[in-house]
Design a protein around this ligand. Structure first.
Ligand SMILES: NC(=O)c1ccc[n+]([C@@H]2O[C@H](COP(=O)([O-])OP(=O)(O)OC[C@H]3O[C@@H](n4cnc5c(N)ncnc54)[C@H](O)[C@@H]3O)[C@@H](O)[C@H]2O)c1
Length: 251
């Protein structure tokens, strides 16, 4: 894919879909910033990429903080001189805090909206003026099928992910005039390390809903994120790519 020598920030890339996205971007020739709250994990991924002969740095970033997102952009510019790609992947629900809306508490909503929706805002805000000045850039956000069809017992997460889809379309409309593409990927159940550690009975129940009869591999989500970050997707903006093995066909 046409990505060689591009500078890419990937949030949430110490593990899971983010790590596979960072590795794929590096293999395509990009210089990658591994931005994660887990700096030990981020360092490992950066070392893995460097071991393969590509360029990468690890940064400790809490995406819920606009100050830290701004610092991430500044450090990237100091190191690489430009930012071509931002993949907003950090996100998720909070294990142990899943349950009916009737029992929900504001503190958990704040955390979920903070990580998923506000975290997408902070990092996008931190890079957007640089991209506007350069008249180019690609932002790829990660939502979820929960943001399209809803998800019982995680209304907070579904609401945040639905917000990311609306944010993607709105920002795409605003910045298309500057040659910036903003797109979104909505995965369904993906076999990341975190997901595969869930109880087997629960996992089997989920698989039954997926037409392809299996989980997505994190690499299969990364493939679509990297495509949207590449020049091959130059005429795609404001799109929400559903990568779900057909799960939403049933809704
Ligand atoms: N795995 C799935 O089944 C699935 C399905 C739909 C959507 N998604 C979405 O895809 C994205 C990646 O999912 P995953 O399963 O790979 O997640 P994961 O839990 O495996 O990895 C998330 C990464 O984000 C980092 N992170 C958490 N909070 C952070 C913060 N405040 N600042 C910076 N980094 C932070 C973690 O340290 C971790 O490295 C998430 O946005 C998730 O909501 C995942």
């Amino acid at each position: 894919m046409n990505i060689k020598d591009r500078v890419a920030i990937v949030t949430g890339s110490a593990t899971g879909i983010g790590r596979r996205t960072a590795l794929r971007l590096a293999r395509e020739g990009a210089k990658v910033v591994i931005a994660d709250i887990d700096i030990a994990g981020a360092n490992k991924v950066a070392d893995e990429i460097k071991g393969l002969g590509h360029e990468a740095i690890a940064l400790k970033v809490d995406v819920t903080s606009l100050d830290e997102a701004n610092q991430m952009a500044k450090t990237t510019l100091d190191k690489f001189g430009q930012i071509d790609i931002l993949a907003n992947i950090a996100g998720g629900a909070i294990p142990g805090k899943i349950g009916p809306f009737s029992q929900s508490v504001k503190e958990v909503w704040d955390r979920i909206i903070g990580l998923n929706l506000y975290g997408t805002f902070t990092c996008s805000r931190a890079v957007i003026n640089h991209m506007i000045e350069r008249r180019s850039g690609k932002i790829v956000n990660v939502a979820s099928v929960a943001g399209i069809v809803g998800q019982a017992n995680t209304a907070d997460y579904a609401a945040a992910k639905g917000g990311i889809i609306a944010f993607t379309k709105s920002l795409a409309k605003e910045v298309a005039q500057y040659g910036i593409n903003v797109n979104c990927v909505s995965p369904a159940f993906t076999g990341t390390e975190r997901v595969l550690s869930m109880p087997e009975e629960f996992l089997q129940k989920q698989i039954k809903m997926i037409h392809l009869g299996r989980y997505g591999k994190p690499e299969e989500i990364a493939n679509v994120i990297v495509f949207l970050a590449s020049d091959e997707a130059s005429f795609v903006t404001g799109a929400n790519y559903v990568v779900d093995g057909g799960i939403t066909l049933s809704y």
